[in-house]
Design a protein around this ligand. Sequence first.
Ligand code: PEP
Ligand code: MG
Length: 580
Amino acid sequence: MTTALTGIGVTRGLVIGRAHIFHSIQPEVLEYNIPQQYVDDEVTRYELALARAKQQLDTIRQHIPASAPTEIAAFIDTHILMLEDSALSKVPIDYMREHQCNAEWALKYQRDALVTVFEEMDDPYLRSRRDDVDHVVNRVQSLLGDSGEQGLVGTEASLAGRVIIAEDVTPAETILFKSQGVAGFVSEHGGINSHAAILARSLGIPAIVGVHHLRRYIYHNEMIALDSERGMVLADCDEALLQHIESRQQIALRQRARLADLRDRSAVTLDGVNIELLANVETEEDIDLMHAAGSDGIGLYRTEMVFMMGNGAPSEEAQYSAYRHIVERANRAPVTIRTLDLGADKQVDGVGRGGAIATNPALGLRAIRLCLKDPSLFYPQLRAILRASVYGKLRLMLPMLTNVEELLQAVQLIEDVKRELRQANIPFDDDIPIGGMIEVPAAALDADAFARHLDFLSIGTNDLIQYTLAVDRLDEDVNHLYKPAHPAVLKLIGMTIKAGLKAGIPVAMCGEMAGDARYIRLLLGMGLRVFSMNPRACLDVRRIVVNSSVSELSALMHSVHRAGTSNEVEELLDRINYDI
Ligand code: PEP
Ligand code: MG
């Protein structure tokens, strides 16, 4: 009988392959005594393991594909820096000398001490740093155990075409998986926004994370199938099921080959409705991909990237050149620059809370709240955006609006900055459209009121889903509850679309849902006309658009609205999407 396990699909893809059980987590470590005369040798053994770990990371860094976002190199750099830090390069050695113990034990002792410190911090960003400690320590431990690159280096041939089954996967391992041609990976831990998941998406590796007790059910070498679109791992598949999956794979392959032909085709539905397809852009690479996919412009430029690249807040000048560069590279296509959305999992040293740890960071001082509290942060950004606005079609977008007062306060600040610029004879686009993100349930429920003061709305489903369903988007333990098709989420999306229609302003969606093939027809039926997505998804979304009829889809929405559960909605989607 077929076994089906579910988790969170992070990259769309359908693969069949033999399972490879991958052991990378916490090798068992025992303590033993080292006679005084051999302690120096033990220290040397430890130093050699550190050096080899660094060598491996250097090699991995060189293998990062050019298409990977720049922050990927930063993950690896962080691990290299951790190896060089005295916390790993000195403290374990002192411990070895003092306690005359083996290197593995000294390293484990130091790892536990470091992890305890991180665990006491109730902050998701710092929690992810705890995972970094584990990844680095495990690498050194496995080198001390002389088991090579955790079963990876030197086994290139054997991993090609395999589906990796792991407790957890690090960003570095994800890069190695890519270079070794694995078919996909599944892990017990990890959330949709974990570092490895972000990488898997950007490298196009089919992956499913957060599959609890995975290794209890999957055996080494057995044939398994991954349907990462549905987050399903299938084992013990019978012949008929395997054939069905293979035929779906063939269809998907043919579709991909035909996608490039769609680049210059307008995104018009079968019944003649024009759809705007925009790109979410974070890196230079994304702009290239956006042009290659023939996107209509940039629907979301996350300015946090400019802040995360340096130390502390960048100057107005640095921001101005970054924004101007993006606008110029867009070649007159519209560019939606979102004002700073720091806070929660996005932190920059020296910016924001002044080091205090919030109990609920996602509900704390983030995005527009932080900017309004600290105009010294917001002012230079507004000036930089306005100054860049003369170089193209720039739109300004405010994140995480919760009440209209915040919006009015932000608009007032924008007016103040405009006045200053006018007085100083600095050119800017006086008609720059101002939009707001609808990503808090309160804003969706009150979208009419927001729409009256704005030129466009953009639905941020990543946060809207998290806040509506009370599911931390970073917490793997509740990832299974994170459901875009939850009827409550759909109601809020529907209310926002209606509010835009009523006010006569465009409504876009820039959360991940807008680039997810599964939800495109649903959103078209609900009345969404502007989709902003990862540029890698753009051609596929265009394919769905040109093969859909809005009038037919709208007629099906009654059943969607009547559905009482996300499962019922998903079943309807299976039917609505039957031919895509
Ligand atoms: C969203 O919340 O949907 C969104 C696009 O913003 P971010 O993912 O940056 O929070
Ligand atoms: Mg958001």
